[in-house]
Structures are given as structure tokens and as C-alpha cells.
Design a protein around this ligand. Structure first.
Ligand SMILES: Nc1ncnc2c1ncn2[C@@H]1O[C@H](COP(=O)(O)OP(=O)(O)OP(=O)(O)O)[C@@H](O)[C@H]1O
Length: 255
């Protein structure tokens, strides 16, 4: 079926901690991610969320099993799969517009077209006035907007986001959650988003998976059945939040 973007078959990931010790982070993980799906991954620290995301990005290979991206075995990163990290990862010596254009420079796109794309994304994130500013002149929220725009400028099919709003203050975080949903609805990307915040997952996701430290097992896999724009005062919102918090607490008890 062509609406499956990722298919993971019995994925395993073992790291060599040192010459003697191996660490099995993920074992027998099966997962399908659909086109346009907004999937959030939550789980205790160290359960393998970032490892899974790096495997989805083609940055790391599983040590067991297969990963398919649109029906083909994924062996290395591709420009169709974009990534956004918590620490913005902008080039400090480049301006906002140069950062957004970064990925475009490596493609055979005319200067004129590049400028058009950069202008479009600057406008989308509301930072046109800051086009010549350097990252250090911007707040954390503004920098993360630039990082998101830089990924989107490459027109990826999938956006992988590793705790992108984790370092932001509560107000900016809520603003960026709304913005991201607006972008996702407009551009219809598939998004895989890691968060430590259950509330953020319930606000954003179509589907939430909860991983445990028990070799990255998926303990909970639920659809969020609340229409958008979600109202945090909706009783179902509180109910799902509590269900996930209880599941996390149970995991911490057994680990
Ligand atoms: N390159 C590596 N070599 C060895 N061990 C690693 C490597 N990368 C990750 N690990 C280990 O694998 C485990 C899972 O790490 P990972 O970063 O995927 O977890 P996480 O769920 O994203 O954690 P957090 O929520 O704290 O970011 C951890 O014990 C970590 O120390």
C-alpha cells in the first residue's frame, strides 16, 4: 500500500558500550507510519526514542530487522526525510535567510527560485524582518522557527522532530505547537515528533506511542480521538492525559 511511509519489521538496535558490553536498546520493534500521520513518541529517558528517530532518518542502521521507507529499504539519509532537533542546530555564522537556504544550495535550484522559497518560508514563520539577523540575535522560539523553516524549505516528505520545543518557555511552546499544526495541515507532511510532555502529545498527535525501557517495547499505541483545534478544557483531553501519565508511572515502577 502506498500510503504507508515507514514500515519497520522486527527492528533491533544493539550498541557496543565498550569492548565487552553490549546494550540492547530496541528489540523486535514493529511499526507502520502512515502518510500525513502526526505521530508522537513518548517514554522514559533512555528508552530509545532518539535511537528510533535516527533509524527513521537513515542516520543509523538497525542491527536487526528491516526498515522500509515508501517500500524501499532505507540505508542512508535522504533529503525527503528532514530532521529538527531540540537545540535548533543553526549555523551561528550564517544569517536567518542563509540558514533557511542551506539545504537548497546543494540542489540544482536557480538562485532566483532559492530566494522565492526562502521568502515564502520567512513569511510563513513571521521573520521576514529578521532575514539578515544572526541566530544569536534571536530568541529560542525564533531560532526554532528558523530551524523548522530550514527543514521545510527542502520540501521533505517526512519531518522528524526530536523534542523540538523542549527548551522553550511555556508560552512560546504553545504558540509553536499551534504554528506547527497549521504548517502540517497546510503542507500535509508526515510528522514523527518526540516529546517528554504528555500534554504536548495529546495536543498535537493523531496517534501516540509510548515506549518502555524494556528494549524499546511499544506499551501503548493510541489514536487521539479529539477534533482539532483541541481544547485543553475538553474532558476527553484530561482523560487521555491521565491515561498516558498512569501508563508512564506504571513503566517507571517496573523499571
Ligand atoms: N551511540 C551510542 N552508543 C552507545 N550507547 C548509546 C548510543 N546512543 C544511545 N545510546 C544509549 O541507548 C539508550 C537509548 O538512548 P536514546 O537517546 O535513544 O534514548 P531516549 O529515549 O531518546 O532518551 P532521552 O529521552 O533521555 O533523550 C541510552 O541508554 C543511551 O545511553
Amino acid at each position: 500500500m502506498n500510503n504507508i511511509v515507514f514500515k519497520l519489521n522486527n527492528i533491533g538496535k544493539v550498541y557496543n558500550e565498550n569492548e565487552k558490553n553490549e546494550l540492547t536498546v530496541i528489540k523486535n520493534l514493529n511499526l507502520e507510519i502512515k502518510e500525513n500521520e502526526f505521530l508522537c513518541i513518548v517514554g522514559p529517558s533512555g528508552c530509545g526514542k532518539s535511537t528510533l528517530l535516527r533509524i527513521l532518518a537513515g542516520l543509523e542502521l538497525p542491527t536487526e530487522g528491516e526498515i522500509y521507507y515508501r517500500g524501499r529499504v532505507l540505508k542512508k539519509p535522504t533529503k525527503d526525510i528532514g530532521m529538527v532537533f531540540q537545540n535548533y542546530s543553526l549555523m551561528p555564522w550564517l544569517s536567518v535567510e542563509e540558514n533557511i537556504a542551506l539545504g537548497l544550495k546543494f540542489q540544482s535550484i536557480s538562485k532566483e527560485k532559492q530566494k522565492k522559497i526562502v521568502d515564502e518560508y520567512l513569511e510563513m514563520i513571521g521573520l521576514t524582518k529578521f532575514r539578515t539577523s544572526k541566530p544569536y540575535e534571536l530568541s529560542g522560539g525564533m531560532q526554532q522557527r528558523v530551524a523548522i523553516a530550514r527543514s521545510l524549505a527542502n520540501n521533505p516528505d517526512v519531518l522528524l522532530m526530536d523534542e523540538p520545543f523542549g527548551a522553550l518557555d511555556a508560552y512560546t511552546r504553545i504558540q509553536l505547537q499551534k504554528e506547527l499544526l497549521r504548517i502540517w495541515e497546510k503542507h500535509k507532511k508526515t510528522i514523527v515528533f518526540i516529546t517528554h510532555s504528555v500534554d504536548e502529545a495529546v495536543y498535537l498527535a493523531d496517534r501516540i506511542i509510548l515506549m518502555s525501557k524494556n528494549k524499546g517495547a511499544i506499551e501503548v499505541d493510541i489514536q487521539v480521538d479529539i477534533p482539532r483545534i483541541r481544547d485543553r478544557a475538553n474532558p476527553r483531553y484530561a482523560e487521555l492525559n491521565q491515561q498516558l501519565l498512569d501508563a508512564l508511572e506504571d513503566l517507571n515502577k517496573v523499571e
